[in-house]
Design a protein around this ligand. Structure first.
Ligand code: SAM
Length: 275
C-alpha cells in the first residue's frame, strides 16, 4: 500500500512512522509512506499556506493552491471520478471533524486499497474546494475538534496498516479484537485457532491476563488456568458481553446475538439487579 500525507508540519510524523508495526511495515515494504510539506508548493517568499476567510469571521483557512499542486505532483493517482466508484483502489481523504467517523469497518475498507492520500487541515480548516473537487471523502476520528489533521492521519495510518496482511506478527489476533465484524473475522481466523478463542463479533474484546497468576494478591480468574477450553470460551464471551453492556451498550444493538449470548446477557442482567 502507498500512503501520502500532505501537511504543513512534516516533522510531526517522525514519531508515528518510526516505531512498532508501522516501522516494520515500512521496512518490509508492505507500506510505503511519504510525507509532503505543503510549503514546498507555495510561490511567495514567506511560503504562505493560509489566508483570511471570504465573508469575514475568525481565523485563517488553508489555501487550495498548495494542496492541489502537491496532489497533482503525485504520480499514478486516479482521477476523482474513478476514486468515488465502488471498485476504487485509491482514496484521497481530507481529515475533518465534519467527516464520516472512523471505525473498524472503515479501517478494514481502507486496508484493501492500493493508495491512500491524506490531507491534514489546520487553523479553521481547509478551503472547501479541496473537499468538493479534489478529495473523495472527509474522515473524522471522533466528535471533538483537534488543532490539526496530523493526529488523525497518524490514527488512520496505525489502524489501517495493522490490518494489512503480514503487518502484525499474529494476524489472527487483529481479527478477534474489539469492534471486528464477524464477516471480516471469519475470513481470516485460521481453522486451527484454539476453540477457547472467542471472536468479538462486533463487541468489545474479552479481558486478557498474563503471568504472574497471582500479582499482589490479585489472582487471575480461576477459569483461565483450569485448561477447559469450553469453559474459557464461555467465560470470555460472557466478560466481553459484560464489558460491552457496561461501556458501549450501543454496540449491542448492532451485533447479531446468538441464543447463548442472550442467555449470558440474562445472567449478567440478573446478577446486576442483585448487586
Ligand atoms: N472549523 C472546523 C470545525 O469547526 O469543524 C475545525 C477546524 S480544526 C481546528 C483544524 C483541522 O484539524 C481540521 O481542518 C482537520 O484537518 C483537523 N481536525 C480537527 N478535528 C478533527 C477530527 N475530529 N478528526 C479529523 N481531523 C480533525
Amino acid at each position: 500500500m502507498k500512503i501520502d500525507i500532505l501537511t504543513i508540519f512534516p516533522d510531526f510524523f517522525r514519531g508515528p512512522l518510526d516505531y512498532g508495526i508501522i516501522r516494520r511495515a515500512r521496512e518490509t515494504c508492505l507500506a510505503e509512506v511519504n510525507i509532503h510539506d505543503l510549503r514546498n508548493f507555495t510561490k511567495d517568499k514567506h511560503r504562505t499556506v493560509d489566508d483570511r476567510p471570504f465573508g469575514g469571521g475568525e481565523g485563517m483557512v488553508l489555501k487550495p493552491e498548495p494542496i492541489f499542486e502537491c496532489l497533482e505532483s503525485l504520480g499514478d493517482l486516479a482521477p476523482r471520478s474513478e476514486r468515488i466508484s465502488e471498485s476504487a483502489k485509491q482514496s484521497v481523504i481530507v481529515l475533518s471533524p465534519q467527516g464520516r467517523t472512523l471505525d473498524q469497518s472503515l479501517a478494514a475498507e481502507f486496508s484493501v486499497l492500493e493508495r491512500i492520500v491524506m490531507i491534514c487541515g489546520r487553523y479553521e480548516g481547509v478551503d472547501e474546494r479541496v473537499s468538493e473537487h479534489l478529495a473523495d471523502r472527509e474522515v473524522s476520528i471522533g466528535d471533538y475538534v483537534l488543532s490539526g489533521g496530523e493526529m488523525g492521519a497518524a490514527v488512520i495510518l496505525d489502524t489501517v496498516i495493522r490490518l494489512i496482511p503480514g503487518a502484525v506478527g499474529n494476524e489472527a489476533s487483529t481479527r478477534q479484537e474489539s469492534f471486528t465484524e464477524p464477516g471480516v473475522a471469519r475470513a481470516l481466523v485460521p481453522a486451527n485457532a484454539p476453540n477457547s478463542t472467542c471472536l468479538s463479533g462486533g463487541l468489545l474484546d474479552y479481558p486478557h491476563y498474563t503471568r504472574p497468576a497471582d500479582f499482589r494478591g490479585m489472582p487471575v480468574p480461576e477459569v483461565l488456568v483450569n485448561g477447559n477450553h469450553e469453559d474459557i470460551r464461555r467465560w470470555r464471551r460472557k466478560t466481553a458481553l459484560t464489558k460491552t453492556l457496561r461501556n458501549r451498550p450501543d454496540l449491542l444493538k448492532r451485533v447479531v446475538l446468538t441464543d447463548e449470548d442472550r442467555e449470558l446477557l440474562n445472567e449478567i442482567r440478573s446478577l446486576q439487579s442483585v448487586i
